[in-house]
Design a binder for this molecule. Structure first.
Ligand SMILES: Cc1cc2nc3c(=O)[nH]c(=O)nc-3n(C[C@H](O)[C@H](O)[C@H](O)COP(=O)(O)OP(=O)(O)OC[C@H]3O[C@@H](n4cnc5c(N)ncnc54)[C@H](O)[C@@H]3O)c2cc1C
Length: 459
């Protein structure tokens, strides 16, 4: 039986950076995942494929609205299979890059599914079913990620009732699509299909879309998404779903409606398949693998990171876990702090937020000042035809950033200014000394910070 210092189950944004870091430190490291799955959900079924489709959708939107830029384009159309092909090429390129990087770092790769047993023995069933081998490790890390959670009461026919996995590989754009769940995945994929002509209805049972986003922004975005072609119903429940003659019948708040397809986007659950047919037990807590401050599970020297453990289910959080765990193993006294994990929605307009929102500040009775700036007053945004949106910054009375919400162009990039300002405790006065190039979208962030203390020029 081959022995390693560390065996990692799962090659996603949690598992693969941990493997590379530790191998480069001289550890004997192995990683187990199916060959087609390196990069994990993020690369194969999540972040990257959705962003590839959103990029095609955005380009199509610009093409249809070429006249806004003084251009003419007499006929606009799209080729869905080519859009999917582009998406697959991107994921393949990135996947190959990860595998090469792991090999170069000295990581041993096992392609297959790992089952964890006692004494950190892992049975790897090869992807091609040719053989099962056993390996053992001093330490095991479960970076097994998550899979779509579809309630058992909903039909399981994935030809009609999609999860995000089926939506990302749909053979054509459906005429109508019901999206159950107004979270990030539902809204992003809803916008893709709406842009390509589907009649999309998003139903969210909570009073607002995008949980975690502040109420006011979530409300403000409803007409924005309506204009983008999405019918969004909040505070309404999809009570029942059934298949009728190859289509879906949905009962929404007592009324019946028909759709070609349904996307069930109500959340994800930890992939516990590593315990299939195993006699090992691992404690869970609220559906996640239970860990201590050092990512150790209820089994000694078995660790877990990423979507499998508490905290936001995001790729950058999984990679952060990997970084903290690697640092702890190298003797650094660090523990994870998720208070500044940025959340991003890559729709058009983009939405991003970090830190505390107004509701949370009020709840905690923290005094704050609000600064705002509008993209309609930002030169770069207007030249790009992106004048919709605003930045809201929330500052403490001594000028430290407590939280920020952005909706508008490149929100997912601009939010880094907010995270940096907060993380390093930069005061508003020091921040306004930082020279922002002109014209840029990030100037709008500086303006918002200055406006919070009444110092903004355009105020
Ligand atoms: C549609 C969609 C869009 C998303 N968009 C974003 C986004 O824009 N930004 C963002 O930050 N996050 C996004 N996410 C979330 C993001 O994909 C996850 O948070 C991230 O992938 C979690 O990383 P991970 O390493 O913990 O797990 P995963 O990426 O899920 O990787 C786990 C890996 O483990 C493997 N595995 C599981 N069990 C075993 C086993 N027993 N043996 C061997 N291998 C195993 C799986 O095959 C998988 O490759 C999105 C998710 C979805 C579904």
């Amino acid at each position: 039986m081959q022995n390693f210092d560390l065996v990692i189950l799962g090659g996603g944004p949690g598992g693969y950076p941990l493997a590379a870091r530790m191998a480069r430190k001289g550890w004997q490291v192995a990683i187990v995942d199916h060959a087609s799955e390196f990069g994990g959900t993020c690369l194969n079924w999540g972040c990257i494929p959705t962003k590839a489709l959103l990029a095609s959708a955005r380009s199509y939107h610009l093409l249809k609205n070429a006249a806004d830029f003084g251009l003419s384009c007499s006929e606009t159309s799209f080729d869905w299979p080519k859009i999917l092909e582009r998406k697959s090429k991107i994921t393949l390129q990135l996947r190959q890059g990860i595998v090469k990087m792991l090999e170069k770092s000295g990581v041993t790769i096992f392609n297959g599914h790992g089952q964890l047993g006692k004494d950190r023995v892992i049975k790897v069933s090869r992807s091609d079913n040719t053989e099962t081998i056993e390996i053992q490790a001093k330490k095991v890390c479960l970076a097994v990620g998550s899979i779509p959670a579809a309630p058992a009461v909903f039909p399981a026919d994935r030809n009609i009732f999609w999860t995000s996995n089926e939506a990302l590989n749909a053979d054509k754009v459906p005429e109508s699509l019901l999206v159950v769940g107004g979270g990030v995945i539902g809204i992003e994929l809803g916008q893709v299909f709406a842009e390509f002509g589907s009649k999309v209805c998003v139903v969210e049972m909570m009073p607002q879309i995008l949980p975690g986003l502040d109420n006011a922004t979530a409300k403000r975005l409803l007409p924005v998404f309506k204009k983008a072609g999405l019918e969004v119903l909040v505070g309404k429940k999809v009570e029942a779903l059934a298949a009728t003659n190859g289509r879906a019948t949905a009962t929404i708040d007592g009324s019946t409606r028909e759709f070609d397809k349904v996307l069930i986007a109500v959340g994800r659950r930890v992939n516990m398949s590593f315990l299939q047919n195993s006699d090992l037990e691992i404690e869970t807590e609220k559906g996640f693998i239970k860990i201590d401050d050092h990512y150790m599970t209820s089994q000694s020297d078995v660790y877990a990171i990423g979507d499998a453990v508490k905290g936001p289910m995001l790729a950058h959080k999984a990679s952060y876990d990997a970084m903290i765990l690697a640092a702890q193993w190298q003797g650094k006294k660090l523990t994870a702090d998720y208070s500044l994990v940025p959340s991003c929605v890559y729709t058009h307009p983009e939405i991003a937020w970090v830190g505390l929102n107004e509701e949370q500040l009020k709840e905690r009775q923290i005094e704050y000042k609000t600064g705002r700036s509008m993209f309609s007053a930002n030169g770069k945004a207007l030249t790009a035809g992106e004048g919709d949106g605003q930045i809201k910054t929330l500052l403490s009375t001594d000028g430290k950033l407590l939280g920020a919400v952005i909706w508008g162009p490149e929100a997912s990039n601009i939010i880094n200014e907010a995270t940096m300002m907060s993380q390093f405790g930069i005061s508003n006065h020091d921040f306004s000394m930082m020279i922002h190039p002109h014209p840029t979208l990030s100037e709008a962030f500086m303006e918002s910070v200055e406006n919070a203390s009444g110092e903004g020029v355009h105020g």
